[in-house]
Design a protein around this ligand. Structure first.
Ligand code: KIV
Ligand code: ZN
Length: 502
């Protein structure tokens, strides 16, 4: 049985999804979960792209144990040096450098010849190799590259020392039979191919990223690049949960598996959803809300008799357990901490104290506290930004014959500022009041509200995305009152934006 390496790029290509940008604390939280999940390599960012990316790579390298930590770098000396600096604290480091190879890119974007592109790729692999042994090279837009030239580039970069060569379907153009054949050609024609791992990196523009990655595995690829929930540039990247569960479920076909602890899949998916504010569609394979829901009577009948009649994956395999009633208002700090540990969260004493206070308030409002409530509470705790703005008080009035009005007080640095505003509805009034206190120039791009569990006493979870100049952030807030949750989400996003500016 071959073990296919999982190279997770949620924090790099995934973060390139519109509106999915994460701050350093959020990236660290995702990276810790990726380590628990058992990914082999974490592409933690693109060091030269921004100081935030640089810091995230550095912190992840210093604090997250297990996977190899990788930074992306263009085939340029300054990029490679910056990647190397960011990786300093990582026990296992990889530099991933890339250069386009398709004529379309070379002619229209880079204005260099094939020979020049080849020469630069080789030089930069050698340059990167002077820092560390673990070098990955990607010929960008490989699937639209003339195949003989692609073979030549792959052979030359392996000769120069690349230990992994990644074949990206950058624009999601390929189809499985063609992509599989391309990987086979590389294995047939590149003399030194045995000296490197062949990786694949598929985008989902035609909805084929998972199928293309699997076709590549059938033809010898040994590493798959993917993201949690398939987030990424445009239509996204190959989805980790799909490709891993396809390999696991159909080991008979692929004769291959991964090191992924599949029981961590659901938690990873929920965490990335919460942090990025990008919800997965209900019918999404593996992690969608309906992925294990059987509606038809015939299916339900079969399942009751024998699960394998209509279930190809047991929900527990991906860490999906029936929602349990866990805690209530009489539960103590010890039970609270124990349940969080069982759910995989390890908080320090301060975080526990703060989260426990919020838990007690929640338990007063809501009789039954579910795992999902705890997860929301902990995510709110650990992904909050330094609080420049803090919600002190809020009341709203609205009704059929009443103009929606919000009266709000915020603490801004050390000063309490109050404001009353009217709006089209209570949320609009609240947002207007917050906008006028904070004088933000940001634009609200997305506002979404969702019930965390069932019942009318459920907590509402609100995600809102803001954009100001080139910075975009998502804030979230949860509360049994969706107006308060909305205010919290907006303030959380404004705090993140303020932290970004600093
Ligand atoms: O899609 C792509 O080609 C990439 C490369 C940088 C590997 O993301
Ligand atoms: Zn990509």
């Amino acid at each position: 049985m071959r073990i296919i390496k999982i190279f997770d790029t949620t924090l790099r290509d995934g973060e390139q999804s519109p509106g999915a940008s994460m701050n350093v604390g959020e990236k660290l939280q995702v990276a810790r979960q990726l380590a628990r999940l058992g990914v082999d390599i974490i592409e933690a960012g693109f060091a030269i792209a921004s100081p935030g990316d640089f810091e995230a790579i550095k912190r992840i390298g210093g604090e997250v144990e297990g996977p190899v930590i990788c930074s992306l770098a263009r085939a340029k000396e300054e990029d490679i040096k910056r990647a190397w600096e960011a990786l300093q604290d990582a026990p296992q480091k990889r530099i991933h450098t890339f250069h386009s190879t398709s004529d379309i890119h070379l002619k229209h974007q880079f204005r260099v010849s094939r020979e020049e592109a080849l020469k630069r790729s080789v030089e930069m692999v050698k340059f990167a190799k002077s820092f560390t042994n673990d070098i990955e090279f990607s010929p960008m837009d490989a699937t639209r590259t003339e195949i003989n030239y692609l073979c030549e580039v792959v052979e030359a970069v392996i000769e120069a020392g690349a230990l992994t060569v990644n074949i990206p379907d950058t624009v999601g153009y390929s189809i499985p039979s063609e992509f599989g054949a391309m990987i086979k050609t590389l294995f047939d024609k590149v003399r030194n191919i045995g000296k490197a791992v062949i990786a694949v990196h598929c985008h989902n523009d035609l909805g084929l990223a998972t199928s293309n990655s699997l076709a590549a595995v059938l033809n010898g690829a040994g590493q798959i690049e993917c993201t949690i929930n398939g987030i990424g540039e445009r239509a996204g990247n190959c989805s980790m949960e799909e490709v891993v569960m396809a390999l696991r479920t159909r080991r008979d076909v692929f004769n291959a598996d991964t090191n992924i602890k599949t029981e961590e899949i659901m938690r990873s998916s929920r965490l990335v959803t919460k942090i990025t504010g990008m919800y997965v569609q209900p019918n999404k394979a593996i992690v969608g809300a309906n992925a294990f829901a059987h509606e038809s009577g015939i299916h339900q009948d079969g399942l009751l008799k024998e699960k394998s009649t209509y279930e190809i994956i047991r929900p527990e395999t991906i860490g999906l357990h029936k929602t349990k009633f866990v805690l209530g208002k009489h539960s103590g700090r010890h039970a609270f901490r124990t349940r969080l540990n069982e759910l995989g969260y390890s908080l320090n004493d301060d975080e526990i104290n703060h989260a426990f206070e919020r838990f007690k308030k929640l338990a007063d409002q809501k009789k039954e506290i579910y795992d999902e409530d705890l997860e929301a509470l902990v995510t709110d705790e650990s992904t909050s930004a330094p609080e420049i703005y803090r919600l002190v008080d809020l009341s709203v009035s609205a009704g059929i014959h009443q103009r929606p009005t919000a009266v709000i007080k915020l603490k801004v640095n050390d000063e309490i500022i109050g404001k009353t505003e009217h709006g089209d509805g209570p949320v609009d009034a609240v947002f207007k009041a917050i906008t006028s206190i904070t004088r933000t120039g940001s634009v609200l791009q997305k506002y979404e509200v969702k019930a965390i569990t069932g019942g009318t006493d459920a907590q509402g979870e609100v995600v809102c995305s803001l954009k100001e100049d080139s910075a975009s952030v998502s804030g979230h807030g949860s509360d049994t009152d969706i107006i308060i949750a909305s205010a919290k989400a907006y303030i959380n996003a404004l705090n993140k934006l303020a932290a970004r500016k600093k």
